[in-house]
Design a protein around this ligand. Structure first.
Ligand SMILES: Nc1ncnc2c1ncn2[C@@H]1O[C@H](COP(=O)(O)OP(=O)(O)OP(=O)(O)O)[C@@H](O)[C@H]1O
Ligand code: SF4
Ligand SMILES: [Mg+2]
Length: 324
């Protein structure tokens, strides 16, 4: 399988009061055609900043690309002109956000928003875009589609708004969809329906970067997994490698925190402590303040990314020849 997108040595900083923080630290990964890659990690680890930086959606300043290339279609998205970038956004790479109201315009009817999106990228008449919109709303399970085309976003439920977002992202048939916590704002039964729907309409050729803090969601939906902790990718591998042979103590901790059916009544294990603030990342391994295996070396030296095999990599001294 060929690479659809390749992120190389991406580092993103933010200028904040009192100095500069690194939100994404030297991240490299790729997504192959047709693959669903999960990006997982606790709050504040840099998942959304990674996602936004792919489409140059971060406010700059205070954000800044310290380094990195985002190679898509043999071109670096970072250096595209604005007209070239606008051709990629939506039509080639679509985004689905956690809260659809951030992407939908509150004062515009759903139908007009859909028509406008279609007209920006395709030569279609208003009548054609309207008919296409109705068809897509039906596809995402909105039964009274004609009526909903004439509704404002606030007149729809949260689940319905998310369905509209999915329709708007998918109708342009992008090669890649970036879905940033697409169901966190929804209740559990609706969440399952939305994931099912995303699978159905995605088609086999298109790829997805699915961002979540939930290992259960990763298990249900992904082919590969990237684990982020405190601005760094600390492990990546196939779904099987991560779920059966996780090497990093943080990944192991995340997996233990997944509630299992037979344990639902019992206490769920959690990783002790909190993710440090970016202004306060440890000098050595970023996980050293919470890791049960940490030694002096971990506190003082940065572990390298160790290659286990072609697909499995981990940033921890335990995986190196010399050990901790
Ligand atoms: N515009 C900004 N200005 C300053 N700091 C920012 C900005 N956006 C993000 N950050 C910081 O970058 C870090 C990474 O944030 P990010 O939103 O990527 O986390 P996340 O992994 O998506 O977390 P969550 O699961 O809560 O969505 C955080 O420390 C955050 O405070
Ligand atoms: S390098 Fe050390 S502190 Fe970091 S995860 Fe590995 S064992 Fe734990
Ligand atoms: Mg986020």
């Amino acid at each position: 399988m060929s690479n659809l997108i390749e992120i190389k040595n991406l580092t993103i900083s933010f200028e904040i009061e009192g100095g500069k923080i690194i939100a994404v630290d030297n991240s490299s990964f790729e997504i192959k055609r047709g693959q669903v890659v999960g990006l997982v990690g606790e709050s504040g680890c840099g998942k959304s900043v990674t996602a936004m930086s792919i489409l140059r959606l971060l406010p700059m300043p205070p954000g800044k690309y310290e380094s990195g290339e985002i190679i898509f279609d043999e071109k670096n998205i970072r250096t595209l002109s604005i007209p070239e970038l606008n051709k990629v956004r939506g039509a080639r790479i679509g985004m689905i956000f956690q809260e659809p109201m951030t992407a939908l315009s509150p004062l515009m009817k759903i139908g007009n928003q859909i028509s406008e999106t279609l007209q920006t990228h395709h030569k279609m008449t208003k009548a054609e875009t309207w008919a296409c919109g109705v068809e897509w709303l039906k596809k995402v399970g909105i039964s009274d589609a004609e009526q909903k085309m004439n509704s404002f976003p606030f007149e729809l439920s949260g689940g319905m708004r998310q369905r509209v977002m999915i329709a708007m992202a998918q109708m342009l048939e992008p090669d890649l969809i970036i879905a940033d916590e697409p169901t966190t704002a929804l209740d559990v039964t609706i969440q399952a329906q939305v994931f099912e729907l995303m699978k159905e309409v995605r088609g086999n050729e298109s790829s997805m970067l699915l961002i979540t803090h939930d290992m259960g969601v990763i298990w249900e939906n992904c082919d590969r997994v990237i684990v982020m902790y405190a601005s760094q990718i600390i492990e990546m591998g196939s779904l099987h490698e991560i779920f059966t042979d996780a090497k990093h103590p943080y990944t192991q901790g995340l997996l233990k925190a997944v509630p299992k059916l037979d344990e639902q009544m019992g206490r769920m294990e959690t990783i002790e402590g909190n993710v440090p603030a970016p202004s306060n990342y440890p000098k050595g391994c970023h996980f050293s303040t919470r890791c049960p295996h940490a030694t002096d070396k971990c506190h003082n030296k940065k572990p390298p990314m160790t290659i286990i095999n072609d697909s499995h990599k981990v940033k921890c001294f335990l995986a190196t020849e010399e050990g901790v």
